[in-house]
Design a protein around this ligand. Structure first.
Ligand SMILES: Nc1ncnc2c1ncn2[C@@H]1O[C@H](COP(=O)(O)OP(=O)(O)O)[C@@H](O)[C@H]1O
Ligand SMILES: [Mg+2]
Length: 259
């Protein structure tokens, strides 16, 4: 079944100099699929994700989540940004339970769920730590746990590992692969990093330069479970070559069109 259905989606930011960010985007994301949106900086990836999250409105088009029009943010779609934006005065545990507490969920229920999520992201020993005592990767793991505790049916991630150093980034990619393997939740993952897109996703949507359209969709054939060892496998390299070619073509077409 489809989790997300987008048809003929257009977005123009109004103003004295209107900015067209999305150009006739059509996309279906299946339930439980891991989809990567790959494109150059400024092409419109965040715009698309923010529309899915319900933070931003579309100019034209249909955007459905589980067959319902998306018109606002909701706990059914968890959003993870580059910075986790944790409450610095709350412990890790209290940060994670903040959402369910506000929602009026019973303490016994959310405390159990929070413990499970802490375990899932490998932070059980840091429940009583404060964000300032954690590394960037750990803070981002808290950010993921905080979203997952709400039991979303889709996870929308906007360059979630973009601010991390290369080593931590690899660790986080493996952690996310593991989390997704266990929860089998729909993921839409925005990145400008080709390796990251191939390593994580079932399908990579290559976006053109702004205004973003989907230049090509590539099914990633690498077997699962995957690990960072796959980054150097022949299958991986083949996908990378193919995607680089698509990106180059998508980019040069834009330049020809703009000339
Ligand atoms: N709120 C806004 N108002 C006007 N223009 C915006 C706004 N948000 C983004 N843009 C513009 O839309 C384009 C796409 O932005 P964005 O979706 O953030 O790209 P990406 O996430 O791929 O880097 C950019 O040119 C950006 O400057
Ligand atoms: Mg962005």
């Amino acid at each position: 079944m489809a989790s997300i259905q987008i048809s003929n989606l257009n977005k123009i930011y109004p103003g004295p100099k209107p900015v067209r960010a999305l150009d006739h985007v059509d996309l279906v994301v299946e339930e439980g699929e891991f989809l990567a949106l790959l494109g150059p900086s400024g092409c419109g990836k965040s715009t698309l994700l923010n529309i899915l999250a319900g933070f931003e409105t579309s100019t034209e088009g249909v955007v459905l989540f589980e067959r319902q029009t998306i018109d606002k943010a909701g706990p059914d779609r968890g959003v993870v940004f580059q910075e986790a934006a944790l409450f610095p005065w709350l412990t890790v545990f209290d940060n994670i339970t903040f959402g369910p507490r506000v929602q009026g969920i019973k303490r016994a229920v959310y405390e159990q769920a929070a413990r499970e999520m802490l375990d899932l992201v490998g932070l059980s020993d840091f429940a009583q730590s404060y964000p300032s005592q954690l590394s960037g990767g750990m803070r981002q793991r808290v950010g993921i746990a905080r979203v997952l505790v709400m039991k979303p049916r889709a996870l929308l991630m906007d360059e979630p590992f973009g601010a991390l150093d290369a080593q931590t980034r690899l660790t986080m990619q493996e952690l996310l692969l593991d989390v997704w393997q266990r929860l089998k939740i729909t993921v839409v993952f925005v990145t400008h990093d080709i390796d990251e897109a191939i390593l994580l996703a079932d399908r990579v949507c290559v976006m053109s330069a702004r205004p973003a359209r989907i230049a090509q969709q590539i099914a990633i054939q690498l077997p699962r479970p995957r690990s960072i060892d796959d980054l150097t496998s022949p299958g991986f390299i083949r996908h990378k070559a193919e995607i680089m070619q698509v990106m180059r073509a998508a980019h040069s077409q834009k330049h020809i069109a703009a000339a």
